[in-house]
Design a protein around this ligand. Structure first.
Ligand code: ATP
Length: 233
């Protein structure tokens, strides 16, 4: 099967220091992959580099096209959705408007997509007219995820979606991620919580100090290997 996303020799840094060093990986259409690594391993930088939010060198192909030179907006339009770390919602806008402004230009498509997000997150449907600032942290995270879905992404990049959520809300969020993955959307899920991510993703890529140190089926990852990734060998 040809890859939906293909990254080859990606290198990125901030000023003089390197945050990603020769990273290569690929994702098939519809595949869910956990991107695991300790704080500072380079997970966020990798997602940002895929979107063109940080400068990077190397080859980036999405759906067969070279996207390395494209602006962020053009990458999003091609089908890459992004949920950054921390909740990015318009606090003063209603839940529905938050979704609408992230939607496709045609009103009919947009209306359909809002309903799809509400079906995925019934709590948001109940609060559709409320201002986003009135939502709980977990609901805001769901709204942030819903906004990314409004662009009908074929690949969804999630940066630490469970950060700051209670265990119960994190479970709900991951259940939603599983449902999204079930609809055929590919997901690259950056997480520090390996156990949760591996419950959703059949495959994991391990990052350590900006390098890929492991890539394979979640079931074959030993605790030892994970410990090394997070705490060093
Ligand atoms: P976290 O879980 O903390 O987000 P991460 O795995 O996502 O960790 P990155 O945020 O990608 O890691 O950070 C990778 C490296 O790049 C770290 O050494 C970090 O200190 C550095 N870094 C990240 N953002 C910046 C920035 N804006 N300016 C300078 N250095 C940065």
């Amino acid at each position: 099967m040809s890859a939906l996303l293909s990254i080859c020799g990606l290198t990125a840094g901030y000023g003089g220091s390197s945050a990603l060093d020769d990273v290569s990986l690929s994702l098939a259409a519809g595949e869910t992959v956990a991107l695991l690594g300790a704080n500072g391993a380079g997970k966020s930088t990798l997602l940002k580099a895929l979107l063109g939010l940080v400068p990077a060198r190397g080859a980036l192909y999405f759906d067969g096209a070279d996207i390395g030179g494209l602006a962020t907006e053009a990458r999003v339009r091609r089908g890459i959705g992004y949920v950054p770390e921390g909740r990015r919602v318009f606090a003063g806008m209603s839940v529905r408007d938050n979704l609408e402004v992230a939607g496709l230009p045609a009103a009919r498509d947009r209306a359909q997509d809002v309903e799809r997000v509400f079906a995925l997150f019934p709590d948001l449907a109940l609060k559709s007219r409320e201002s986003a600032w009135r939502l709980s942290g977990g609901q805001q995270q769901m709204l942030s995820l819903g906004r990314a879905l409004m662009g009908r992404p074929r690949l969804l990049l999630l940066d630490e979606p469970s950060l700051g959520l209670s265990p119960k809300l994190a479970d709900e969020l991951f259940a939603a991620v599983r449902r999204i993955a079930g609809t055929g959307t590919a997901v690259l899920l950056a997480e520090q919580s390996a156990a949760r991510a591996l419950a959703v993703a059949p495959r994991a890529v391990l990052l350590r100090l900006g390098r890929v140190v492991g890539d394979g089926p979640a079931a074959t990852l030993s605790d030892e290997r994970l410990r090394e990734t997070f705490f060093g060998g």
